[in-house]
Design a protein around this ligand. Structure first.
Ligand SMILES: [Mg+2]
Length: 224
């Protein structure tokens, strides 16, 4: 009986506290979409990306320079994510009104016509000219790997040392962290020192096997 009373009290308490938490309704979805469009159209999105890639570039330059001075230089590498890091899905997001089913998004990816994210392309070029190896690690499935590679080449990412698309074994795992971590581990075991992992999601940064992580802004979507 006492338990029941306690439970009833708890229910009333949680309804009261929850309702006060949501006293202000969330902002209108249409307005939020408009804000995203303004954010991109104003150039602020690209500026915010560049603020991060410039830090990464300075770090790559300094690390590569220090490495060249070593008696036995290491094989330095960076890992780049693809979507919202190296390539932009923004034109497709607009067409799909910031939504779309998994199949529609996949179809859009497979068209292979995504534009480069210019600040990341500049970072890529810095790495290449500094003799730092570039690896792509993407959450795109293996069935979309060829389209992703063709797309990257078409917009200026001409070469890479390794390219990893998500194998079937990882497709059922909700988080991308185990997959991305395992690929970085593989790269490390091949004798490379990953000095930086660059991506727009936490999964690009978590799990180790990279000396530094650089996270680019992505106000459009979150992936676990
Ligand atoms: Mg991404």
């Amino acid at each position: 009986m006492l338990h029941r009373r306690w439970f009833a009290c708890l229910m009333v308490f949680s309804v009261l506290t929850t309702s006060s938490l949501f006293a202000t309704p969330p902002t209108d979805l249409a307005i939020d979409k408009q804000k995203l469009e303004t954010y991109v159209a104003s150039g602020q999105y690209e500026q915010d990306i560049a603020a991060v890639t410039h830090q990464a570039q300075a770090y790559v330059l300094a690390t590569a320079k220090a490495n060249r001075q070593l008696r036995q230089p290491k094989k330095l590498a960076i890992v780049l994510d693809i979507d919202e890091t190296s390539l932009s899905n923004y034109p497709d997001m607009l067409k799909l009104d910031f939504g779309g089913t998994f199949a529609e998004i996949q179809q859009a990816n497979d068209r292979g016509d995504d534009p480069a994210i210019q600040p990341t392309l500049a970072l890529y070029k810095t790495a290449v000219t500094q003799g730092v190896y570039v690896f792509f690690v993407t959450g795109r499935p293996e069935s979309g790997c060829q389209a992703a590679q063709d797309n990257l080449k078409a917009v200026g990412y001409n070469a890479w040392q390794g390219f990893y698309c998500k194998p079937k074994a990882y497709q059922s795992i909700k988080s991308a962290i185990p997959y991305k971590q395992a690929m970085r581990k593989q790269i490390t075991e091949q004798g490379y020192t990953i000095i930086a992992s660059i991506g727009d999601q936490q999964s690009d940064l978590q799990g180790g096997y990279a000396e530094r992580g650089f996270q680019l802004p992505n106000p459009f979507y979150y992936l676990p």
